[in-house]
Design a protein around this ligand. Structure first.
Ligand code: AMP
Length: 556
């Protein structure tokens, strides 16, 4: 009998250090461009990678050791990108913080992440100062830009830190399974949950990004999603791996400035949620700006309307992708199968699907009893996924029910057709997705129930042309009491993120319940569809969102 043989291949660790070295040695002329509202500042990879080694040395000087967490509370700009590399290169863990969390959620996320250092934009320092006394692990705060830092204690200036540091020449050797980066989910049924990415998962995900969208060094990638959302959808690492330019719009995601940025910098790839693409489209049409220099748009985070994709089609294909914080995020892409080309009757059928799993990610459809369901395009079940950049648990072991059998339960329900095209039709939970972000109905209800006049409150999502969905509050008051919804809205201010504040309200005598006494949201939605509620609308959604997208005033 022949002797067993072993692989003769090398086992090279797949690390962010490798991605970084490629960028530094092969793509020195590629650029990182940061929009500042009117003009852009730019730096090439040789400058950025040198600054990364200075930041790494500076963080080490501040006491950051392998395994330590460094939080970033920043918009999309060059310094944030520098942290994306400097922190993992040290063997420490980059923890991107969502600038839109409520103060309580933000404190929870920083504490549960155990961040020792937080890098914060000057314009965001008031948000951090407001919770500084609640932060139990943070020792140092590094500020990017000039700011009023009162309430933050002793701070370190980002530029000074770089200036006073000698580039770190010898980078530590890392294990590919080491934690590299961490993101928290938006916090739906309870507190946000942490997902910890490894060097290996980031490396493989970057390669998947390059493979699926043919990213290369001739590309300029316009990153129109916040860098605190799932590692900027993995684009920064992918861009460094292949030498593509990175175009970062800072906090200027509103249609007009975003269009100005796009028109001036001419990306070949643009990435964003449907709401951002809707805003860009409207602005481009109004200004008569042709966007035909773009070769590809990648849209996800929420279902992408077919009409939106069709509106972009004369300029470039706006392709739907699906992902989650737990999936790094790339999981599925909706490209038509072989033999189906534009003009064919089935072309938009496939383009409108949620997507087909990309190489490396497996999908299955599971029924209530836990058994696999057929791929017939009709049977509805929960979508489960697995793969080398899919989470196998949440930080601290919370949410164990989301993982079983080596698979992640996505919480999305839908169908899979014979060719493996998934269509997400609903969510298992009653989360409201507004402009690509989550609004927790339970959290809103919780806050409303704290008002003395409120007996019962239920929040359901209602369709909204611009934002996908917005919350509708259905209220029952205590006998003999009633409060103007405008006052209740005021009552919510400061308790939830401002973009959660509902503008649609309805008052009922009693909220329908299921036989076990839970709120019957299915029945509520049905009543809403039938027009049985007298809905009172308070403010224009646009006003709330314009406020939100503008972000805090006062520089970065
Ligand atoms: P997050 O973890 O915040 O990125 O949210 C992940 C969730 O966004 C998924 O579980 C889906 O419910 C939703 N999602 C992402 N992409 C899509 C898409 N293309 N179509 C429908 N829902 C999507």
């Amino acid at each position: 009998m022949a002797r067993p043989i072993q692989s003769t291949m090398q086992e090279v660790p797949l690390t962010i250090t490798d991605i970084f070295r490629r960028a530094a040695s092969l793509f020195s002329a590629s650029q990182v461009v940061t929009f500042e509202g009117d003009t852009s500042r730019r730096a090439d990879f040789s400058e950025v990678t040198e600054r990364v080694t200075r930041l790494a040395a500076g963080l080490r000087y501040l006491g950051v050791k392998p395994g330590d967490r460094v939080g970033t509370f920043c918009w999309n700009h060059q310094e944030h990108l520098e942290a994306y590399f400097a922190v993992p290169l040290l063997g420490a863990v980059l923890h991107t913080l969502n600038v839109r969390l409520s103060p309580a959620q933000l404190a929870h996320v920083i504490n549960s992440g155990g961040d020792r250092v937080v890098i914060v934009d000057a314009g965001l320092t008031p948000l951090l100062a407001a919770i500084r006394s609640q932060l139990t692990t943070v020792e140092k705060v590094v500020v990017v830009g000039r700011a009023d830092t009162s309430g933050l204690g002793a701070v370190v200036d980002y530029d000074e830190l770089l200036k006073s540091s000698t580039p770190l020449r010898t980078l530590p050797v890392l294990d590919e399974r080491q934690p590299a980066a961490m993101c928290h989910t938006s916090g739906t049924t309870g507190d946000p949950r942490g997902i910890v990415y490894s060097h290996r998962s980031v490396w493989l995900h970057s390669l998947a990004m390059i493979a699926n969208f043919a990213f290369n060094e001739h590309d300029r990638i316009g990153l129109m999603v916040p860098m605190f959302h799932v590692n900027g959808w993995g684009k920064p690492y992918a861009a460094f791996m292949c030498g593509a330019d990175l175009l970062l719009p800072e906090r200027f995601l509103q249609p007009q400035p975003l269009l100005a940025f796009v028109a001036a910098e001419r990306p070949t790839i643009v990435v964003g949620v449907p709401t951002i693409f809707q805003g860009l489209l409207t602005a481009a049409q109004a200004a008569g700006t042709e966007l035909d220099f773009i070769r590809l748009g990648i849209c996800g985070g929420a279902a992408v309307p077919t009409t939106l994709m069709q509106a972009y089609q004369p300029w470039f294909p706006l392709i739907q992708a699906w992902g989650m914080t737990e999936t790094s995020p790339l999981g599925m892409v909706a490209l038509p199968p072989r033999g189906v080309i534009e003009g064919d009757s089935s072309y938009w059928y496939y383009r409108s699907k949620t997507g087909r799993p990309v190489a490396g990610v497996e999908v299955r459809l599971i029924g209530d009893s836990g058994t696999p369901l057929p791929w017939d395009g009709k049977t509805v079940g929960e979508v489960e996924v697995r793969g080398p950049w899919v989470a196998s648990s949440h930080l601290g072991g919370v949410g164990r029910d989301r993982f079983h059998d080596g698979w992640l339960r996505t919480g999305d329900v839908g169908t899979v057709d014979e060719l493996g095209y998934v269509q997400i039709t609903d969510r298992t939970k009653d989360i409201i997705k507004s402009g690509g972000e989550w609004i927790s109905s339970l959290e809103l209800e919780n806050q409303l129930l704290a008002h003395p006049a409120v007996l019962d409150a239920a929040v359901v999502g209602i369709p909204d042309e611009r934002w996908g969905e917005r919350p509708l509050v259905v209220l029952a008051f205590r006998p003999g009491q009633s409060v103007d919804p405008e006052d209740l809205r005021q009552f919510l201010i400061g308790k939830v993120p401002s973009f959660w504040l509902p503008e649609s309200w309805a008052v009922v005598l009693a909220i329908p319940k299921t036989p076990v006494g839970k709120q019957d949201k299915k029945a509520l939605r049905q009543l809403q569809v039938e027009g049985r509620f007298e809905v009172q609308r308070l403010v224009r959604v646009e006003a709330v969102w314009a406020d939100r997208l503008r972000g805090p005033k006062g520089g970065r």
